[in-house]
Design a protein around this ligand. Structure first.
Ligand code: 13P
Ligand code: 13P
Ligand code: MG
Ligand code: MG
Length: 385
C-alpha cells in the first residue's frame, strides 16, 4: 500500500525578533495536531528550526489532500492566536490569506509532499532550513544524487549507477524541466547554479531501478512568499524530504552534502549571502546577524504508517568542523557590511525593502557626459605622432 509523507512549515511568530519559536506557540500546534488528526493521519511529528514551525505528517490520502492541508492550516491558525496573545514578532507572518480555500499551496506556508511505495525498511531524512530560500537545496541535493565524490554509491552500487532524474522548476516563469544525470549533468548545472530562479523540486529513480523503479525519492518546498504577498514578508525558508539507503544515497552520503558550509542567500532581512551551518535542534536558533543560516536534519524510519525517531543527525561532533568553517566565513563576510557579494546583488534586492528607500532618489539623478562624447575627445597614438 502507498503512503504519503507531507511536510508543511510556516513562521507564525517568533521571539524576540526572528530568532526562535516560543514554547506556548509550538505546544499549541502540537496539541492541535494531536487532537484533530486522528481520522486523517497515521502519525506526525512537530519540530522547528529558528522561527519556523515544521509539521511532518504521515497518511494514506495522497498529495494535495484537502483535509491534510486544512489540518496544517488550522494548526498554524491556532498557534497564531497564541503568538498574538503574547505579542510575538511577526505573528501569523506566513499565513497570507484569511481563510483556507482547499489547498495550502500559494497561501504562505511551505509544502513538500510525496506519495511513496514503502520498502521493507523506509528510512528518510527531513531537512529544515531557516534564513534562506528554496534554491539553497540545489547544491546538496545535486551532491547527494549526482556527485560521485560526495556519494560513492553512484559508482559502486549497481542500483544507483544509472543515476537519477531531476525535476527543476523555474520559479519566476512557473515552468518545469526534467534532467537525467549523469548524461545531462552539465546542462542541469547551467540552470541550478542560478539558485534564486531555478530550483530542484523533486528527484526520481529511473524506470529500470531494480529495487524502487520510477519513485519520487526527494522533494523540496519551492513556495516563494514574496511572489505571493507581492512584497518582502520574510524569506521562504525551505524544507525537504530525502529517502535514503537501499539503492538511494546512504544516510551518511546524504548528510555529507552539508559538510561544506556553502553560501546561500537569506540571512539578515533576507538580503545577504552567508554560509549554511548544519546544527542540532539545541542550536536551532538564529542569533548572530539573525543567523547564520542553519539546517537541521531529522532521521526517521516509517513502518505501517508509524514513525520511529527522529534522530537529530547534525547534533554530532562529526559536524564541528563544518560549523567552525561556517563561523570563520561569518567573521570574514560580516566585515563587508552592506557591500556585495555579502549583500545580495541588485536584482535580488528587488524583493526586499530597499526599493522603497531608493524611491526618493528617483528623478534626482543628473545626466553625465555621454560615452559617445568621451570617444570623440580620445587622443590616439597617431594624433601624438
Ligand atoms: P544499503 O545499500 O543497504 O543501503 O547500504 C549502503 C550503506 O549503508 C553503506 O554505508
Ligand atoms: P524569517 O524569514 O526567518 O522570518 O527572517 C526574516 C528576517 O528578516 C531575518 O532578518
Ligand atoms: Mg520570521
Ligand atoms: Mg524563518
Amino acid at each position: 500500500m502507498k503512503a504519503t509523507i507531507s511536510h508543511i512549515k510556516a513562521d507564525i511568530g517568533s521571539l524576540p525578533g526572528h530568532t526562535t519559536v516560543f514554547d506556548p506557540v509550538i505546544n499549541e500546534v502540537k496539541n492541535f495536531i494531536k487532537e484533530k488528526s486522528e481520522s486523517i493521519l497515521t502519525d506526525s511529528f512537530v519540530s522547528h528550526v529558528g522561527d519556523d514551525i515544521q509539521i511532518t505528517m504521515i497518511h494514506n490520502r495522497g498529495i494535495d489532500d484537502f483535509e491534510v492541508h486544512q489540518l496544517a492550516w488550522d494548526a498554524f491558525k491556532a498557534g497564531t492566536e497564541v503568538a498574538k496573545k503574547f505579542g510575538l514578532y511577526g505573528a501569523g507572518q506566513d499565513l497570507l490569506k484569511d481563510s483556507f480555500s482547499g489547498n495550502i499551496k500559494g497561501m504562505g506556508p511551505g509544502v513538500a509532499e510525496m506519495e511513496i511505495t514503502p520498502r521493507k525498511s523506509e528510512p528518510f531524512i527531513i531537512y529544515m532550513m531557516d534564513k534562506t530560500e528554496p534554491g539553497a537545496f540545489n547544491f546538496p541535493i545535486f551532491k547527494m544524487f549526482a556527485d560521485p565524490f560526495n556519494t560513492p554509491g553512484l559508482v559502486i552500487d549497481n542500483n544507483m549507477h544509472d543515476g537519477f532524474i531531476f525535476e527543476v522548476w523555474d520559479i519566476v516563469e512557473a515552468k518545469r524541466i526534467f534532467f537525467s544525470t549523469p548524461e545531462q549533468m552539465y546542462d542541469m548545472l547551467g540552470l541550478i547554479g542560478s539558485k534564486s530562479r531555478y530550483v530542484i523540486k523533486r528527484v526520481y529513480t529511473r524506470p529500470n531501478h531494480e529495487k524502487l523503479p520510477d519513485e519520487n525519492v526527494a522533494v523540496i518546498t519551492t513556495d516563494k512568499l514574496s511572489f505571493i504577498a507581492g512584497e518582502y514578508v520574510g524569506k521562504d525558508d525551505p524544507a525537504g524530504i530525502v529517502r535514503i539507503q537501499s539503492g538511494l544515497p546512504a544516510s551518511g552520503e546524504s548528510l555529507e552534502a552539508f559538510s561544506h558550509p556553502y553560501l546561500v542567500s537569506g540571512w539578515m532581512r533576507g538580503s545577504f549571502n552567508g554560509p549554511l551551518m548544519p546544527v542540532g535542534l539545541k542550536d536551532a536558533k538564529m542569533t548572530r546577524f539573525d543567523g547564520p543560516p542553519r539546517v537541521v536534519a531529522l532521521g526517521f524510519v516509517l513502518k505501517d504508517g508509524k514513525l520511529s525517531g527522529p534522530v537529530d543527525m547534525f547534533d554530532d561532533v562529526a559536524f564541528d568542523g563544518a560549523r567552525k568553517t561556517a563561523l570563520n566565513v561569518v567573521d570574514y563576510l560580516r566585515r563587508m557590511g552592506p557591500f556585495e557579494p555579502h549583500r545580495l546583488p541588485e536584482e535580488e534586492m528587488e524583493y526586499t525593502t530597499l526599493p522603497r528607500v531608493l524611491e526618493k532618489f528617483k528623478g534626482k539623478f543628473e545626466t553625465i557626459e555621454s560615452p559617445k562624447k568621451k570617444k570623440e575627445l580620445k587622443v590616439t597614438t597617431k594624433d601624438v605622432d
